[in-house]
Design a protein around this ligand. Structure first.
Ligand SMILES: Cc1cc2nc3c(=O)[nH]c(=O)nc-3n(C[C@H](O)[C@H](O)[C@H](O)COP(=O)(O)O)c2cc1C
Length: 391
């Protein structure tokens, strides 16, 4: 995208840039959701049910966007989410995300399904890093990754509990996503014309050497897990509550539970020692027809907000979405596609652009709302259009 990043106005423009640059199989993997994509759409629509109650004639020369998570000060109330296969979207991948987050004064959560080794991501980063854990490859692979994350200086372990298997993203089947990352060259043939239509992406991918293995999923005695095995491995290695005592033995630092949509799971997370929970439906990528995560937030914040930090993700595309989440009880939010579209459209500068857009949105929204600090945001700044829809 390069030069045209300067003409980007919002996250939707970055999405359009990603759509143009990526082969369909990669774009739909990034953009899409399972089944009928009901939750994917609802994650956006639900924000429309939250309306602002601005305080006018309030002078705000400067806004304070700072917050803290797990005792770590951040300059922004949003972090960058774990996005698997980022290196397939652009060779800058997870290294670019870690650098961009650090430059902006926020944290980056590295996915288990990363194209770069977690030590290399740490070496590139200047800000705090958290490691997201899937148990693909089993406990042996998990134990090795946890030990490496600890040694490298990752500050928290984020355990994703909503992925016992991959969601039914039908576009991935139609686009031949599995064939394209598989080993059989003949199986790829039907899908190659579309890839060849995207020479900018293809050249970057070839120069990068492709992404064939997962450097953070080392199966004892067998080495890095081949990409082609990832989907089938999810189903054999779901994280369950029974794994938590074992995980806590391996990891003495803060634990974050990601993928909480009910008060019951929030309470269980706290009982298992979570320092923070992420109210999340995985960006509408897992079980379709679950509620929008912003609708699940108030009840969860009311139930466990004094015992653990509450973070939220899913559907954040504007700074005003972040403000609404903070008003409803989130300490911070995490953004997935918002920055991943930027990465896919223009590499690391595209992530910088996404962060700039959200930061500028936040400042504008706070000033229009008459609130100088994100830490002052609360329910008094919003109203719910249909309160009964918020659990
Ligand atoms: C392409 C893609 C890959 C993802 N990979 C992971 C992952 O490896 N681990 C994880 O916990 N969440 C993963 N997520 C979910 C995000 O961490 C986050 O929950 C979600 O993107 C938030 O919704 P949003 O994209 O609407 O911001 C992924 C999301 C996307 C879009």
């Amino acid at each position: 995208m390069g030069k045209s990043l300067s003409s980007v106005v919002n996250i939707a423009d970055l999405r359009e840039g990603a759509r143009r640059r990526l082969p369909r199989a990669v774009f739909d993997y990034l953009d899409g959701g399972p089944d009928d994509e009901i939750t994917l759409r609802d994650n956006r629509v639900a924000f429309q049910d939250i309306v602002f109650k601005p305080r006018h004639a309030v002078a705000i020369p400067k806004c304070d966007l700072g917050t803290s998570v797990l005792g770590i000060g951040l300059d922004l109330p949003f972090m960058l989410a774990p996005v698997g296969y980022s290196r397939l979207m652009h060779a800058d991948g997870e290294l670019g995300a870690a650098r961009a987050a650090g430059r902006a004064g926020t944290a980056y959560i590295l996915s288990t399904v990363s194209g770069y080794a977690l030590e290399d991501v740490k070496a590139a980063a200047s800000g705090p890093l958290f490691y997201q854990l899937y148990l693909i490859g089993g406990r042996g692979a998990g134990e090795a990754a946890i030990a490496r994350a600890r040694a490298a200086g990752y500050k928290a372990l984020v355990i994703t509990i909503d992925t016992p298997l991959a969601g039914n993203r039908e576009k991935d089947f139609r686009n031949g996503a599995a064939q394209l990352i598989g080993k059989n060259p003949f199986a790829k043939l039907p899908y190659l014309p579309d890839v060849l239509m995207h020479p900018g992406w293809l050249a970057g991918h070839v120069i990068d050497g492709g992404m064939t293995h997962l450097p953070n999923v080392i199966i004892p005695g067998r080495g890095g897990m081949p990409l082609a095995q990832v989907n089938s491995s999810h189903s054999g290695s779901a994280v369950s509550w029974e794994d938590f005592p074992w995980i806590r033995e391996q990891w003495r630092g803060p634990i974050v539970v990601k993928g909480v949509m009910t008060v019951e799971d929030a309470r269980r997370s706290v009982d298992e020692g979570a320092a923070a929970i992420v109210v999340s439906n995985h960006g509408g990528r897992q079980l379709d027809s679950v509620d929008a995560s912003i609708r699940a937030l108030p009840a969860i914040a009311a139930a466990v907000g004094t015992q653990a930090e509450i973070w939220l993700d899913s559907g954040i595309r504007r700074g005003s979405d972040i403000v609404k989440a903070l008003c409803l009880g989130a300490k911070a939010v995490i953004c997935g596609r918002a920055y991943a579209y930027g990465l896919a459209a223009g590499g690391e500068p595209g992530i910088d652009k996404a962060i700039d857009i959200l930061r500028n949105d936040l400042v504008r929204t706070l000033k229009l709302l008459g609130c100088a600090r994100v830490s002052d945001l609360d329910r008094s700044y919003i109203a719910l259009r249909r309160p009964e829809k918020f659990l």
